[in-house]
Design a protein around this ligand. Structure first.
Ligand SMILES: [Fe+2]
Ligand SMILES: [Fe+2]
Length: 152
């Protein structure tokens, strides 16, 4: 089995671990500042990323590799809501690019299952990106009035 593919799966897993800790950190901060509705959505996305990290680990183990437990970045703390959204959009769009590229390499390595895994994650990351982008757009256009709807 291809070392190249295992490395890509582990790079993806590191990215997922970063997203998990970033979104959970934001979830706690948002809960703490009473933005409960936004907090629970961020938690939901963090849990989706946990499932991604797990699916990647299962594939790595199947290929006889060792799943990494290292995130690829340190989560940012103390950001404003617009800053959080920018951080998350960057994480998601980097993941989209990473998984698109990885699926091409998997095809070249003739590993159809890993390719399909990347494509399936990719579809969900696009949804996450779209969600953060929409919220950012509402915050930019409507400001405080919109933020008020995310409390509770
Ligand atoms: Fe993910
Ligand atoms: Fe995501």
């Amino acid at each position: 089995m291809s070392k190249k593919v295992i490395d890509l799966l582990n790079e993806a897993r590191s990215r997922e671990l970063t997203a998990i800790s970033q979104y959970m950190a934001q979830h706690y901060e948002l809960e703490d500042s009473d933005f409960g509705k936004l907090a629970s959505k961020f938690k939901e996305i963090a849990i989706a990323e946990m499932k991604h990290a797990e699916r990647l680990a299962e594939r790595i183990l199947f290929l006889k590799g060792e799943p990494t437990s290292k995130p690829d970045a340190v989560p940012k703390k103390g950001q404003s809501i617009p800053e959080m959204l920018k951080t998350n959009m960057a994480l998601e769009s980097q993941a989209v690019k990473m998984y698109n590229d990885a699926s091409v390499v998997c095809a070249a390595e003739k590993d159809q299952i890993s390719k399909e895994l990347f494509e399936s994650l990719l579809a969900e990351e696009e949804d996450h990106l779209n969600y953060f982008d929409n919220i950012k757009d509402h915050v930019d256009k409507l400001g405080a009035a919109y933020l008020a709807t995310l409390t509770g």
